[in-house]
Design a protein around this ligand. Structure first.
Ligand code: KG4
Ligand code: ZN
Length: 336
């Protein structure tokens, strides 16, 4: 095995084109190009995402290598997101990675996007020790995952309908906010009253999640209020955002703490785009301090989609010789 190990990682599962370079487990560069074209459509348009990845991937990879001061000939492996994600978007990253690996005659490493979100905790210390419980909350997934020794993952709860990120984005859309609405709800919520409005949230005994009833209750509430006052949303935007966020955050935190109790786990982590939410980070910090649990949250830049999380996962796969054959295909609904 060549040492040090240099890995180029590529992430292209949704609307961010990203490339990262690692020297062993040390990050040298992480370039993220977030596509803005989707804002005018109110959500990610798969066809446009694929085209934008095709345009962006080469300059993003070149910039990552330039910042890392690593040349192609030094690379030990090429990593890419194999799924889950948008098929056309995944195909751009995987085809690029395959072509480069073939040209350089080096191994290819396919990475599971949701596992990579969790592995973002191993980019910078302090690292969680095993076992730990991770709440993974993104635009497409909401999962409670136990991470056992040797990076074995066990899903103990997941959403039955929408993901937490969708709950943020879809309620934001009801408020007339552009896509992605999650960060905007977070921003306005900081100046609003979280206890002003009540919505329904499931009180189910299982560790699974459901956001459809919550979404409907926000929709019906807004429709009713708008009939009385057409300016209801603009006049109450901050309180609406704060109340929506309060409900989602407390639901996520309560389910996670219930799971931790059931499985006797004392280390809690969060990952994925929604883990950037300031309300979620604050409530988890307070709850885990009170319960004397250890608490881990990735740096902001590693919460939303990024290639650094693909690179660190690939590093651990590389040292275990877990390579991906050249004929491997991306899988939109890749299983854990
Ligand atoms: O992990 P991610 O970047 O992409 C997927 O794998 O889906 O997550 C994107 C999701 C979007 O739903 C976005 O609204 C949400 O993460 N998000 C947030 C915040 N930042 C991103 N939601 C709430 N508060 C935030 N600050
Ligand atoms: Zn993601």
């Amino acid at each position: 095995m060549k040492t040090p190990i240099y890995i180029l990682a590529i992430e292209s599962s949704c609307d961010d084109t990203s490339a990262a370079v690692f020297e062993n487990n040390k990050i040298l560069a992480n370039i993220i190009h977030s596509q803005t074209i989707h804002q005018q459509w109110g959500g990610v348009v798969p066809e446009l995402a694929s085209r934008a990845h095709t345009q962006n991937i080469l300059p993003v990879v070149q910039e990552a290598l330039r910042q890392a001061k690593v040349e192609l000939k030094q690379l030990s492996a090429i990593a890419f997101t194999q799924g889950p994600g948008l098929m056309g978007a995944l195909l751009v990253g995987s085809s690029f990675a395959k072509g480069l690996a073939l040209a350089l005659q080096i191994p290819l490493i396919g990475v599971h996007h949701m596992q990579a979100h969790i592995m973002a905790h191993f980019i910078h210390p302090p690292f969680p020790s095993f076992p730990f419980l991770c709440l993974t909350v993104s635009g497409g997934h909401t999962q409670l995952v136990i991470v056992k020794a040797d990076f074995q993952f066990e899903i103990i709860g997941e959403t039955l309908d929408d993901a937490a990120g969708e709950a943020f984005d879809k309620t934001a859309k009801m408020l007339g906010l552009p896509y992605p609405g999650g960060p905007l709800i977070d921003k306005y919520a900081q100046e609003g009253n979280p206890l002003r409005f009540q919505f329904s949230i499931p009180k189910n005994p299982s560790l699974d999640f459901s956001f459809s009833g919550f979404k409907t209750s926000v929709l019906y509430f807004l429709q009713k209020e708008k009939q009385k006052n057409n300016n209801f949303i603009t006049e109450n935007l901050k309180d609406l955002c704060a109340s929506i966020q309060h409900h989602i955050v407390h639901y996520l935190v309560n389910q996670t703490l219930t799971a931790a109790g059931q499985y006797h786990i004392h280390q809690i982590a969060i990952a994925g785009g929604v883990s950037a939410n300031s309300g979620l980070r604050k409530v988890f910090l307070e709850a885990t301090q009170k319960m004397k649990m250890s608490w881990f949250v990735p740096e902001m830049q590693y919460c939303t989609d990024n290639a650094a999380m693909i690179g660190i996962t690939a590093y651990h796969k590389f040292i275990n010789h877990e390579y991906t054959p050249a004929e491997a295909v991306p899988v939109a609904h890749l299983k854990f």
